[in-house]
Design a protein around this ligand. Structure first.
Ligand code: SF4
Length: 337
């Protein structure tokens, strides 16, 4: 299957009074047509900045894409004019944000919010756009769509509002959908329904999805592949099976040990000690070094390159790097164990 998106060596910084925050530091990943890639990591790891960079929604200043390429169907989005980017945003690439209430305009009816984008971008008549809006409402599971089109966001529950946001994102038939923490503001049962909806939408429309989340539970149900981010870098990528059952990065293992799993009985939950590094002056070597119980001297000085563990599984950790064996022979552990 061909790649619909390739992100190569992406760097994003933010200038502040305190200095420059290096929020995304050389991120690489790809997304195949019709695939769901989950980007997982804790708050501040750069996952939302990465998705905003793909949409070219980094406010400049203070933010800036300082390096790398974002190839969408072979076209480098970092090189497009604002006008060209506007014609892609919402049409070829759509985004769903975390809080459905702030994503909707409380003063406009759902119908207006659904049809205005499609009328503008696809030059459809009001009648055709309304027909399309009704189809979308049906697809996302809104009952009595004709009546609901005339209502305002406050007349919908949280879950129903998120369904509307998804319908708005899909109405122009985008090829790529970026969902940034789409279920975080919802309670658990509604979360499950929204995740099922993503699967159904992908089946029906074939849209490729990037799912940004801090929640490994969300990932387990719908992702094909997972990229784990830490301190502005992707530190492990693999299929769901690779990451859940064969993870090799100590940070990924720490994340997995901190969430309850039904497939592992009587598992004790543990937290990862310490805090992520300061991205004003990130470490020269592995960013996880201060929290890693396997850290060695080499980890402090040199960032580990990606090691290919299988055709689908990459990890950036010196423990997996064959070339490190020589270095390890002359290094000693710095954090014990
Ligand atoms: Fe730990 Fe070193 Fe691997 Fe980083 S490179 S995760 S510090 S062992």
């Amino acid at each position: 299957m061909e790649n619909i998106l390739e992100v190569n060596d992406l760097h994003v910084t933010f200038s502040t009074y305190g200095g420059t925050v290096k929020a995304v530091r050389g991120v690489n990943f790809y997304l195949k047509k019709g695939e769901t890639l989950a980007i997982v990591g804790e708050s501040g790891c750069g996952k939302s900045v990465t998705s905003n960079a793909i949409m070219r929604l980094i406010p400049d200043p203070p933010g800036k894409i300082t390096g790398g390429r974002i190839l969408f169907k072979g076209k480098d989005l970092t090189k497009l004019s604002d006008k060209d980017m506007r014609s892609i945003r919402g049409v070829d690439i759509s985004m769903i944000f975390q809080d459905p209430m702030t994503a909707l305009n409380p003063t406009l009816t759902i119908g207006t919010q659904l049809i205005e984008g499609v009328m503008q971008h696809q030059k459809l008549s009001k009648e055709t756009a309304t027909k399309k809006a009704l189809e979308m409402m049906n697809l996302v599971g809104i009952p009595s769509p004709e009546e609901r089109l005339k209502q305002y966001p406050h007349q919908f529950s949280g879950g129903m509002r998120q369904r509307i946001v998804i319908a708005i994102a899909l109405i122009c038939e985008p090829e790529l959908l970026i969902a940034d923490e789409p279920t975080t503001a919802l309670d658990v049962t509604i979360q499950a329904q929204i995740l099922e909806l993503f699967e159904k939408i992908q089946e029906v429309t074939g849209v490729s999805i990037i799912l940004i989340t801090h929640d490994l539970g969300v990932v387990a149900s719908i992702a094909d592949r997972i990229a784990v981010m830490y301190a502005g870098k992707i530190i492990e990528t693999g299929t769901k099976r690779d990451v859940f059952y064969r993870s090799e990065h100590p940070y990924t293992k720490g994340l997995l040990n901190s969430v309850p799993r039904l497939d592992l009985q009587e598992k004790e939950l543990t937290s990862i000690d310490g805090t992520p590094p300061d991205l004003f002056s990130p470490p020269r070597g592995c960013p996880f070094v201060a929290r890693c119980s396997y850290a060695m001297e080499v980890c402090d000085h040199i960032y580990p390159a990606a090691t290919e563990l299988s055709a689908s599984h990459d990890v950036n950790c010196w423990l997996q790097d064959e070339r490190a064996k020589k270095l390890l022979a002359v290094s000693s552990p710095v954090n014990g164990e």
